[in-house]
Design a protein around this ligand. Structure first.
Ligand code: G3I
Length: 393
């Protein structure tokens, strides 16, 4: 795709990890229930509590370490009100071998979310990536034909959406079907389009709706919110959604991934305009995978090589949030992993990192502080000015 680790962690500087030590003890695995019980009184300055005042859900992608490492789990629980499995609901993970299912990671996440009063963004049914080998091999060697592929997709959606029916707030039904070209459109060479046919997108949405009628169903993609100079991919996403709506397909929202890179141009104003245009279709909008990467010294420490990036990175994260806050139809803002230590970026973009809102030692970064300050302003408003004497004419 063209969307342009680990270290010793301390909870000491983790904003909002208030009371974590008391609940979690000094070692061992955090119990989801224990974490949940700890949140009778939440930190009013946490991202989730501030955002809640304007009805916005602040989220993060979750990987197993976030749940199994006490200091991380404390932050995941205290700061976020919606969680997305980074990988644990993808087809490759839940059905690695045909007919053999592994729901352990997904179930864990669902339990964690429940214990911590969090909603869940399900991710994702229909994507060209992270598919099980039996599927890609079968298609490649011709043992799975188009009809069989559609049957398998239908079964996958009904199985997974059915298992979590009533527990998922938003599902990313289809992910990354659009080309990066100008003009952009549905990619004819996408695995699903090529092998299952062009109507696979609408089929997937209809199946997901039948399987879990209460879930909000999203189309999710990158570079569709102010990122690309021509805005060609935004237009393609808009056209796709409009076409689906005209056919009566149950699509309820657009997920703007929001993977930014400080070396490229990006327009917060255009993001805001794009959100407004999606909303004009009657759709909800979500920022689903926000991060802003930059060049760093090495993948372990992730210190920006240019001091100015300490300003550019939080600026981009905060401006994404501000554009989001301007639109009531924008219902959730999710960061794609909250610490640089578990970000996907260093593994995918050589030399880059520093993309999230906590550093590799779980200390909140300026991006966190900027977002917190913006949320405070949104939630509480600016105080009225103190009275002063005014000069008499
Ligand atoms: O689980 C295996 C492990 O057993 C093995 O030892 C290890 C060796 O590399 O790989 C592990 O799998 C990795 C998996 O993440 C879980 O950590 C894969 O190699 C790695 O490719 C995979 O990356 C994920 C990526 O999607 C795949 O494209 C990232 O974690 C995940 O954050 C990322 O998320 C995507 C969204 O789903 C869609 N939008 C873009 C976003 C970023 O690429």
């Amino acid at each position: 795709m063209d969307v342009r680790r680990r270290s010793v962690l301390t909870a000491a500087g983790a904003a909002g990890a208030v009371g974590a030590a008391g609940v979690l003890g000094s070692a061992g695995t955090a119990s989801a229930a224990a974490l949940g019980a700890s949140h009778g009184h939440r930190d009013p300055n946490s991202l989730r509590e501030l955002a809640e005042k304007v009805g916005l859900r602040i989220g993060t992608a979750i990987i197993p370490q976030d749940i199994n490492t006490p200091a991380w789990a404390a932050v995941a629980a205290s700061q976020f009100s919606v969680v997305t499995p980074g990988n644990e609901m993808k087809w490759q993970v839940v059905e690695p071998t045909q007919g053999v299912f592994d729901w352990s990671g997904a179930d864990n996440l669902v339990a964690f979310a429940k214990a911590n009063d969090q909603l869940i963004r399900g991710h994702t049914f229909c994507w060209h990536n992270q598919l099980p080998n039996f599927l890609t091999t079968g298609v490649a060697n011709g043992s799975i034909n188009q009809t069989q592929l559609l049957d398998l997709l239908e079964a996958h959606i009904f199985t997974e959406a059915g298992r979590y029916r009533g527990k998922i707030w938003q599902w990313d039904v289809c992910n990354e079907f659009l080309t990066d070209s100008n003009p952009s459109g549905v990619n004819p060479n996408d695995f699903w389009i090529k092998n299952a046919g062009p109507d696979v997108i609408e089929r997937a949405f209809r199946w997901a709706h039948q399987a879990d009628p209460h879930a909000l169903l999203f189309y999710n993609d990158y570079n569709i919110g102010g990122e690309d100079g021509s805005n060609a991919k935004f237009q393609a996403a808009f056209n796709l959604a409009q076409g689906l709506l005209e056919k009566g397909v149950p699509i309820h929202g657009i997920g703007i991934q929001g993977h930014l890179d400080t070396q490229f141009g990006w327009s917060p104003q255009r993001l805001s305009d794009d959100i407004g245009k999606y909303a004009s279709l009657g759709l909800k909008v979500a920022i689903t995978e926000a991060d802003a990467r930059t060049f760093v010294n090495n993948p372990t420490d992730q210190v920006p090589t240019n001091g100015l990036e300490n300003f550019a990175q939080p600026f981009e994260m905060d401006e994404m949030l501000k554009a989001s806050l301007a639109h009531p139809e924008l219902i959730s803002f999710t960061v794609w992993g909250f610490t640089d230590a578990d970000s996907w970026v260093p593994g995918f973009f050589t030399g880059e990192g520093f993309a999230t809102i906590y550093d590799v030692n779980l200390n909140p970064k300026q991006a966190y502080l900027s977002m917190q300050s913006t949320l405070k302003l949104a939630a509480l408003g600016a105080p009225h000015r103190v009275r002063t004497r005014t000069p008499h004419p």
